[in-house]
Write a protein of this length. Structure first.
Length: 407
């Protein structure tokens, strides 16, 4: 899309399309440590750098990410010498982020890897969840469990480091392939003969990224961004990206990974029901919402949804923005005066109707006294060919919304 064709923006918005790759996982794939694991809507450490250029922190500044995802914000903030805290409702996010933050010795990891590689495939298989037995052949499971058994004997930080490597190998082997908001089953030949080699390669890639004597000042733990009951400090800056309201259910997309971490199907269902209401199965957190008013832009979008739209979508969207309001309310209690919140958000389309998440977020923040500083539009995503045929071409913005907590 040429510059002359760019859609006009609301007041306080500006195009920063040179950041387009920074709001996708693309740059992560070549970044030490960050490349160990990412999510479909992860942003890059380069985006954190750009935000810190615009809003520099004092030498002992502190950063919070209430939707920690794959740990990009907390890891980059620590690398730059700041204190960082990340929380998430997903045990997978917490596990990945903690593994990226652990203080580990490179030589020790090399020795531990040699010990792990002396594993033997498990002779018999225990009872396993049905989806695991569908995702992997029996021979693959014997190798995966044999490696896991050796890893489990290591100290906790090292065990997490190698479990993350094993998780990446499982993704390569698995017949459950992420596909939009779900996963689809794919056909694959047995790959048990490749598992040891792939595990060693992934482990060595991760070991290569370990910096000597680098201690990181960060904490990551399970917590609900709408509550933040266990976050005790106050912060100068928030950099985060809540799930987009696109019906994608990450407890389903990463069901195999969550099972591999030891969660049961019931525990995964509990995560789904208690997640931010960005998918149609998430439920209300039952928190007080006195003072919340659905913004006019949201009411207009809901009223415009075609009658044939799945009725659950309207409830999801209403719940999603209520949850963002609750998140901002919880954040306001944990922020220093004049602290900045940088929210990476994506506008979405349902039934042909564009939901302007960035603008609605600004209206929600105003209800709680936050001041809109500016919004960078980093990327314009075109709708699918099918939607263009039905609804015309209207790109969806991916934006970074900057909000200030007043003194």
């Amino acid at each position: 899309m040429r510059h002359a064709q760019l859609p006009r923006l609301p007041k306080g918005f500006e195009y920063r399309l040179e950041l387009r790759d920074c709001v996708t996982p693309q740059l992560l794939k070549a970044q030490p440590v960050h490349r160990w694991f990412w999510f479909p809507h992860s942003f890059s450490p380069q985006l954190v750098d750009e935000i810190l250029k615009a809003y520099p922190l004092p030498p002992r500044g502190s950063v919070l990410d209430p939707f920690v995802g794959a740990g990009t914000t907390v890891r980059r903030a620590c690398d730059l010498g700041y204190r960082a805290v990340g929380v998430d409702l997903s045990p997978l996010s917490v596990f990945v982020s903690q593994a990226k933050l652990a203080h580990l010795d490179k030589a020790m990891l090399e020795a531990q890897l040699q010990d792990i590689m002396a594993y033997r495939p498990e002779a018999t298989l225990p009872a396993l969840p049905a989806r695991l037995t569908r995702a992997f052949t029996d021979k693959e499971l014997r190798h995966l469990l044999g490696l896991r058994h050796r890893i489990s004997a290591l100290p906790e930080d090292a065990a997490s480091f190698f479990r993350l490597a094993l998780l990446r190998v499982q993704q390569r082997v698995s017949r459950a392939a992420p596909d939009g908001g779900w996963f689809r089953w794919v056909e694959k030949a047995d790959q048990s003969h490749m598992i040891a080699r792939w595990f060693e390669e992934q482990s060595r890639l991760q070991i290569e990224d370990i910096a000597p004597d680098k201690k990181l000042r960060a904490k990551v733990f399970l917590e609900d961004a709408r509550r933040l009951r266990h976050v005790r400090s106050s912060f100068d800056l928030v950099i985060t990206s809540p799930p987009y309201p696109n019906r994608h259910d990450y407890s389903r997309i990463f069901h195999i990974e969550l099972l591999s971490l030891g969660l049961s199907d019931e525990e995964i269902k509990h995560i789904r029901h208690h997640a931010l209401r960005s998918n149609i199965e998430a439920k209300s957190p039952q928190l007080p919402t006195d003072g919340y008013r659905p913004p006019a832009k949201l009411r207009k979008a809901l009223a415009t949804l075609p009658s044939q739209t799945d009725p659950r979508v309207s409830g999801m969207l209403q719940g999603y923005f209520q949850d963002l309001w609750l998140t901002l309310k919880a954040l306001s209690r944990r922020l220093k005066d004049n602290a900045i919140c940088a929210f990476v958000v994506g506008n979405v389309r349902h039934g042909g109707v564009m939901i302007y998440v960035d603008e609605i977020l600004i209206d929600l923040a105003a209800q709680l006294g936050f001041i809109h500083e500016q919004t960078w539009v980093a990327r314009l995503r075109n709708n699918s060919a099918q939607q263009m045929k039905c609804f015309g071409r209207e790109p969806a913005r991916e934006s970074i919304v900057f909000l200030r907590k007043p003194a």
